[in-house]
Design a protein around this ligand. Structure first.
Ligand SMILES: [Cu+2]
Length: 275
């Protein structure tokens, strides 16, 4: 009985310590969000942290007042309850304070949302992302380049006949190649059921809905490989349609695009990858 209680106290102490060590430590804490590699992803991270700390401060104030009242003003100590029903001053204060907190949260959130929806202005590349059961298809609009991107994790790893690789279920045959420093507009849709194109480090999570086009954008700042997954439960192999975005320098991207234009484009098969 004592042991689980000790464990709970230890876990609570660890959580409180993590709250107190500050934003720098949180950045390395693997349970927190990634800062990402785009202005939007950093904006999302900062908004998340602002609201998190507001919640922490509100929580500390409210729970401190509550426990202070419970412990020091309990009936067994002979304290009698104060009667301030219909106290206009108190009611105005406890209405105005939450209102101001909510407005304080809404202002940066609205600014960020407006920025996220500014997809078309100055965009240099448009990539149509189509979700299929269970793979992604990418089309670089205006270039004729179109290909599918299927899970490439070996079946032996999936069936536990081999040791699982570092990027287990997060690897594909054809990466989505994009240039850094350029505004790329992603147009998401789907061919069968609702999917969701989610790449955390780009700050993008957009539903891909049949018959609709949703938009997102990114200016990727660093070359690299950024992995994601379908984030909408879309059928039996929902967990087997990862996303791999590979950001290259503009020169490398142009070379790749020209080579791709010259090669025959692949077309999505009707049957998806079935692990
Ligand atoms: Cu899906």
């Amino acid at each position: 009985m004592l042991l689980p209680l000790r464990k709970k106290i230890l876990s609570l102490t660890l959580s409180i310590c993590l709250c107190l060590v500050g934003p720098t430590a949180w950045a390395d804490y693997t349970l927190n969000m990634h800062r990402g590699v785009t202005e939007i992803s950093r904006g999302i991270y900062q908004l998340h942290m602002i609201i998190f700390w507001i919640c922490v401060v509100v929580g500390i104030i409210v729970f401190s007042a509550m426990f202070y009242a419970i412990i020091w003003h309990r009936k067994s100590r002979g304290v009698t309850a104060a009667h301030f029903h219909e106290n206009t001053t108190v009611e105005i204060i406890w209405t105005i304070i939450p209102f101001l907190i909510l407005v304080g949260m809404a202002i940066p959130a609205t600014e960020l949302l407006i920025k996220m929806h500014d997809t078309a202005r100055d965009s240099e590349y448009s990539i149509k992302v189509t979700g299929h059961q269970w793979f992604w298809e990418y089309e670089y609009l205006g270039t004729g380049v179109r290909f599918t991107s299927l899970l490439s994790t070996p079946q032996d790893q999936i069936k536990n006949r081999d040791i699982k690789g570092q990027n287990y279920l997060l690897e594909v045959d054809n990466h989505l190649i994009v240039p850094i420093g350029k505004k790329i507009r992603f147009l998401t849709t789907a061919n069968d059921v609702v999917h969701s194109w989610w790449v955390p480090r780009l700050g993008i999570k957009k539903d891909a809905i049949p018959g609709f086009i949703n938009e997102a954008w990114a200016i990727i700042e660093e070359p690299g490989i950024y992995r994601g997954q379908c984030a909408e439960l879309c059928g039996i192999n929902h967990g087997f349609m990862p996303i791999v975005v590979e950001a290259k320098t503009e020169e490398e991207f142009n070379t790749w695009l020209e080579a791709k234009k010259a090669s025959p484009t692949s077309h999505p098969a009707n049957t998806g990858n079935t692990p």
